[in-house]
Design a protein. Structure first.
Length: 564
């Protein structure tokens, strides 16, 4: 089954089935894509995959970042199994896998006093024996086993790759598929131990004859032996069994052989693997015609060990992801609580001055106290807006707008604060700026965050100034809003971190959200934000997004803009 597997990026572990789609399969950031990637550097419709003459071809949809296959930028190229496709920061692998059958049928565990426990263990083996034996010199008298041994390394690598998936059912299905390729089993299942109850639960089953949903009965005695002793066993209900000579039903139906091995991980047994086959009576009566042998048991012990490692990797990775999410939530709560506490402390101090002024009818103190309350109200309003902007995916709402008017409104908003801090805001609206198509609310929020940061950077500096200008680069097809200041600047180490969440150069006065939100908004527009700074020489921030004159398209039109 041709599939795409995400091996790097926020969607790591996801699998997309290509065989179920007859038309073009699109890849991008929008929810309407078949392959939706949570990657801000991926365009809304970035690339597509089509079936052409029985094979699949990937094609780029004019994205600015481009589409890469095996580290080479491509426009359109056929895919081969194993090819790596890089889109933004996401890497996918194209694989031409065989069908993996879903778990089917029923598995019954017979009690110790059940008739099935007439089966006898004819050979047991420790895990270390199986692992060593799997790498022993080839037995030239058995070509099948010689070939199987040569494939053990391939099986190890394949199972290790399968262990990277977050879907435990998909992982076990692949393991079952591998085993059926290497041993002549008719039926099989994988049972995992519940960490708390230590009970075995069937997680996957496979039958060589498709559609066989008959009950698969397994001896409880055999399962307990394998789990408790950590040994694999080879069983038969005919060899050295008095029932065979007594002419029971086994004589009429054939001889049942089975292999059951522990899935021994790094620290504990995680489950068992069970496979059996029904040998026709004629074959069973010929010496050496048994389907399973000691060599099969050795190989299966090695496979069971690797399968256990793959299950552990999947379980540990899922637990690690969950722990990281909880840690991120804890960090977010702690950081925001700290900022909110400081803001509330300011409101409390301003409220105290207001109450005192009202008692004494001192309007000068009243004005001062109310100004403190007002400024802290603005801070908490800004914090809430930044939290909302960062926490949810938002599609820009582009419309014909006046960018100069948007910037003028921002300047008027911060003018009083700049005057109080004796800071000059330099802004001259360009006379020939055409109306452009963009989301005025989003761009206003992004620019306001940067301008506010610039005012903070020049606070208490002599001859402080903040300059804002707009630059249209028609050749590059972008419009830029440039915000510069003569603050103290930043070191290269600080500059490299300023767009990270909760990183602030303002100490307790900053939330570390503003620049992160501004970058998110610009990337949602298909643009980006850059910063240049030197210690003692101030900073310059450039916010750019695609240039779309309003006359080129109707108002309210949506765009599939590039992402950088």
């Amino acid at each position: 089954m041709p599939s795409l597997y995400v091996i790097q990026g926020r969607n790591r572990g996801a699998r997309f089935d290509l065989g179920a789609h007859t038309g073009a399969l699109t890849i991008g950031r929008e929810s309407g894509n078949v392959v939706k990637l949570d990657d801000n550097e991926v365009s809304r419709r970035h690339a597509e995959i089509r079936r052409v003459d029985g094979s699949f071809v990937v094609g780029d949809l004019k994205s600015s970042n481009g589409t890469y296959v095996n580290n080479r930028k491509v426009e359109r190229v056929p895919l081969s199994s194993g090819d790596q496709i890089q889109i933004g920061r996401t890497v996918l692998v194209y694989a031409q896998d065989d069908d993996v059958e879903p778990p089917t049928g029923i598995v019954d565990v017979a009690p110790p006093d059940g008739g099935i426990d007439g089966s006898r263990i004819i050979r047991s083996m420790r895990e270390d024996e199986g692992v060593v034996a799997a790498y022993a010199p080839d037995d030239t008298n058995n070509r099948w086993l010689a070939r199987a041994r040569s494939n053990v390394q391939v099986m190890y690598r394949t199972a290790l790759a399968a262990g990277r998936t977050l879907d435990i059912d998909e992982l076990l299905g692949r393991i079952m598929q591998l085993v059926f390729e290497w041993i002549e089993a008719d039926r099989g299942c994988i049972m995992l131990l519940d960490p708390e109850t230590r009970e075995l639960t069937t997680k996957a089953r496979r039958d060589r004859r498709g559609g066989d949903t008959s009950s698969l009965a397994i001896s409880r005695t055999i399962l307990d032996y394998v789990v408790e002793r950590h040994e694999g066993v080879l069983t038969s209900d005919a060899q050295d069994d008095d029932r065979f000579a007594a002419g029971h039903s086994v004589v009429r139906t054939g001889v049942r052989e089975a292999i059951c091995v522990p899935m021994q991980g790094r620290y504990d047994t995680v489950g068992v693997m069970y496979f059996d086959t029904m040998v026709p009576l004629g074959e069973s009566m010929e010496q050496g015609r048994s389907r399973f042998s000691d060599e099969h048991l050795k190989l299966m012990i090695a496979i069971g060990h690797q399968a256990a490692l793959a299950v552990e990797d999947t379980t540990f990775y899922s637990a690690m992801v969950q722990a990281e999410r909880l840690a991120a939530v804890g960090q977010t709560i702690a950081t925001l609580s700290h900022h909110i506490k400081n803001i509330l402390q300011g409101i409390k101090g301003g409220g105290y001055l207001v109450e005192m002024a009202l008692e004494n009818e001192d309007f000068a103190v009243l004005a001062k106290g109310w100004d403190i309350v007002r400024r802290n109200q603005a801070k908490i309003s800004s914090l809430v807006m930044d939290m909302l902007s960062f926490s949810k995916e938002r599609e820009p709402d582009p419309m014909p707008s006046d960018l100069a008017a948007v910037v003028t409104d921002i300047v008027e908003t911060v003018q009083q604060r700049a005057a109080d801090a004796r800071t000059s805001v330099r802004w001259t609206p360009p006379a020939d700026l055409p109306r452009l198509v963009f989301d005025p609310e989003g761009i206003s929020r992004a620019v306001l965050n940067v301008v506010t940061n610039a005012l903070d950077a020049v606070e208490n500096r002599p001859d402080a100034w903040v300059e804002i200008r707009i630059d249209l680069d028609r050749a590059a097809g972008v419009v830029r809003v440039i915000v510069a200041d003569n603050g103290e600047g930043m070191s290269p180490e600080t500059l490299a971190e300023i767009f990270n969440l909760f990183v602030s150069t303002k100490g307790s006065r900053g939330t570390g959200l503003g620049l992160t939100v501004s970058r998110k908004i610009l990337r949602e527009h298909g643009g980006d934000i850059r910063a240049e700074s030197r210690l003692g020489a101030g900073s310059t921030f450039t916010l750019e997004f695609p240039l779309r004159p309003a006359g080129d398209e109707p108002a309210g039109a949506t765009h599939d803009g590039p992402s950088t």
